[in-house]
Write a protein that binds this ligand. Structure first.
Ligand SMILES: O=P(O)(O)OC[C@H]1O[C@](O)(COP(=O)(O)O)[C@@H](O)[C@@H]1O
Ligand SMILES: [Mg+2]
Ligand SMILES: [Mg+2]
Length: 336
């Protein structure tokens, strides 16, 4: 499609070839874009509008919420519930799924989201983002249950994220490649800036929180040790390391110049009863779909993320994603 096409026209064009398309999907993406623009505006204004700092609450996972976590969640609900495009919404910030008020018309999609990813970076003015995953709702459902949301990542009809960085960029896949749209703040439109994004197969850049090293499993320890050994080691090349602590920013870097991102399971997490840190339904599944659609790979080290059968809505999983050859290497170490 023509570079500079608006997100709305891009979606309308994509839907044209689909028999029975009613415009609901275009409407839904527009709703998400509206929420993202409003969040971007607040992130951009920061202290000017008093949105930085902690909220006086914890989310269902016992994490201290930031004011912007709570506000972003409310903006997602507000943008999505009134327009008849969704039947329900689940979010990292809500204990249970959000049921639409009775008077709201229902649509045939379910949305799962991480309204603000990288919360620890808000107060220090480093990039954060919004991640979303879209599923088909069961026909005619009015008040979907958790079971309706618990579908493997392969069932996603679309996934994306919006990165609030120096530029605000919305990245989208509807299952046939990955496109990027940059927000033109002058007139408030997301415009197509890159199509058919491909992740380079090989890379010499890894992202992992090194402070967890003493808790890692042997396959992860081995992979990173080999990277750190550089030119003199068995990989025969020097590696660079990055850790932003916003998954959106790490994935965006990988889509742009390749690399591998890992938040593996480790002994500390399992002692706390957690299989991983990142959330399957709000983070791992949508990012895995985007990365695979860009030619990369995403596994837990043992299984393809998109094939995991979710057990519960806030489930956490280990995540290894990025350039295909590197992800396959770490995954093969898990099998040895
Ligand atoms: O602080 P850590 O342990 O390095 O974790 C960073 C990871 O946690 C996350 O921030 C979790 O996202 P939330 O901010 O939505 O909770 C990821 O984006 C990031 O990769
Ligand atoms: Mg997150
Ligand atoms: Mg979050």
């Amino acid at each position: 499609m023509r570079i500079g096409t608006t997100l709305t026209n891009y979606t309308i064009n994509k839907q044209k070839g689909i028999q029975g398309a009613s415009g609901t999907f275009t409407g839904l993406l527009n709703d998400i874009a509206v929420a993202c623009k409003r969040i971007a505006d607040l992130v951009n204004k920061g202290d000017l509008v008093g949105v930085l700092g902690a909220a006086e609450s914890e989310n269902v996972q016992g994490e201290q919420q930031k004011k912007l976590d709570v506000i972003s969640n409310e903006l997602m609900i507000e943008a999505l519930q009134h327009n008849g495009h969704i039947a329900g919404l689940a979010s990292e910030e809500m204990d249970d799924i959000h049921q639409l008020p009775d008077h709201c018309q229902r649509g045939n999609y379910l949305v799962l989201c991480d309204p603000l990813d990288g919360s620890s970076n808000i107060d220090v003015n480093v990039s954060v983002g919004t991640i979303f995953s879209i599923l088909k709702a069961p026909d005619g459902v009015r008040n979907p249950t958790q079971a309706d949301f618990l579908k493997p990542g392969t069932a996603q009809v679309a996934a994306g994220y919006c990165l609030y960085g120096p530029a605000t960029i919305l990245v989208l896949t509807t299952g046939d490649g990955v496109s990027m749209f940059t927000l033109n703040r002058d007139f408030g439109e997301f415009l197509l800036t890159r199509e058919n994004v491909r992740i380079p197969e090989e890379t010499a850049e890894f992202a992992i929180n090194m402070s967890n090293r003493r808790h890692w499993e042997p396959p992860v320890e081995r992979y990173i040790a080999e990277c750190l050994a550089g030119k003199e080691g068995q990989r025969g090349k020097d590696f660079n390391m990055r850790w932003v602590a916003s998954m959106v920013a790490e994935v965006h870097r990988i889509l742009t110049r390749g690399g591998i991102f890992m938040y593996p399971g480790d002994a500390k997490l399992s002692a706390a009863g957690k299989a991983g840190k990142l959330r399957l339904m709000y983070e791992a599944n949508p990012m895995a779909m985007i990365v695979e659609q860009a030619g990369g790979a995403a596994t837990t080290g043992r299984q393809r993320i998109l094939e995991l059968e979710p057990q519960e809505i806030h489930q956490r999983v280990p995540v290894i994603l990025g350039s295909r050859a590197e992800v396959e290497r770490v995954t093969s170490y898990h099998g040895e």
